[in-house]
Design a protein around this ligand. Sequence first.
Ligand SMILES: *[C@@H]1O[C@H](CO)[C@@H](O)[C@H](O)[C@H]1NC(C)=O
Ligand SMILES: *[C@@H]1O[C@H](CO)[C@@H](O)[C@H](O)[C@H]1NC(C)=O
Ligand SMILES: *[C@@H]1O[C@H](CO)[C@@H](O)[C@H](O)[C@H]1NC(C)=O
Length: 270
Amino acid sequence: MDTFHVLRAVLFGLFHLCLYESNVWSFLLDGPTAPCPRPATHCMLETFNVVVQDLGCLGCQTGCQPGYIMTANARYYVTTGSLVGHYDYKGILIDNSKNVSEPQWLCEPGTTCPWGHFLDKMGSIESCSYCGQGCQTCQSFSKCDGCILGFRLTKTTLANGNEESHCATSGIPCPNPPDHCQHDVYANAVVGCQGCIFCEDGYLPTVNRYYRRSPQNKTSDYVYKGLTISGTIDINEPRYVCVQGRTCPVGYHNVSRGNLMTCEADLQVG
Ligand SMILES: *[C@@H]1O[C@H](CO)[C@@H](O)[C@H](O)[C@H]1NC(C)=O
Ligand SMILES: *[C@@H]1O[C@H](CO)[C@@H](O)[C@H](O)[C@H]1NC(C)=O
Ligand SMILES: *[C@@H]1O[C@H](CO)[C@@H](O)[C@H](O)[C@H]1NC(C)=O
């Protein structure tokens, strides 16, 4: 996200907080509403799980059923294409920067925040706010502690002396992004496409045997969209892909590092 989007997200959060504090949430429902195309599930109340003008589908705006935690949905914000102007959803005009198919607030199972989110408050309700693109764990929006594989932690010192940290990318998307991935994937110089380390529910991040070229297929270093890639790596093959299953496939075993688990290839004998 660039500064504009960061600022907008922060202002939008403050705006919502003010609305909530003065108990006038219902003001949002004054205009026309429509059912959400993909409503959020396990909301405490369905009141805001509707499409409203400009904002799209608000989702679980007032908290979740027991056993679920109110979580900001990063996919609610559209980041590609023209972000100014509006589109029409069933006669309701929505900002181009909001995806009507993605509720702003979801209820995720559990009582702790999912990866990429930090514990925050919406009025008196505990909620999980978004750390920012590519950030695995953070203290607050502009203070990332660690990035997911393929992203690089970058620190900047602001004019007021405060330090911010974000996760940067090469800006070059992987040529073959893995299906069923929860995050964007980018190519990097030398190591190519690191692929997916947080897959959708029901899929596990699994090392791809074709990421490293076989000795016969090795080349000299080559250039992909301005990035120099090692000739031992195939840029078309992500290092981790999402494989369906609750346990690692045969020939792989799981390795855990903190809240991250991947399936790594067993050593081949013979
Ligand atoms: C909006 O969300 C839907 C559902 O996740 C997705 O298929 C679609 O590509 C998204 N559209 C944009 C413009 O991001
Ligand atoms: C070498 O690359 C080709 C084309 O990508 C592939 O079909 C072949 O299986 C590879 N050979 C080995 C030994 O991996
Ligand atoms: C991880 O490996 C352990 C030990 O082999 C196994 O008991 C467990 O079921 C595995 N978990 C997953 C999710 O594959």
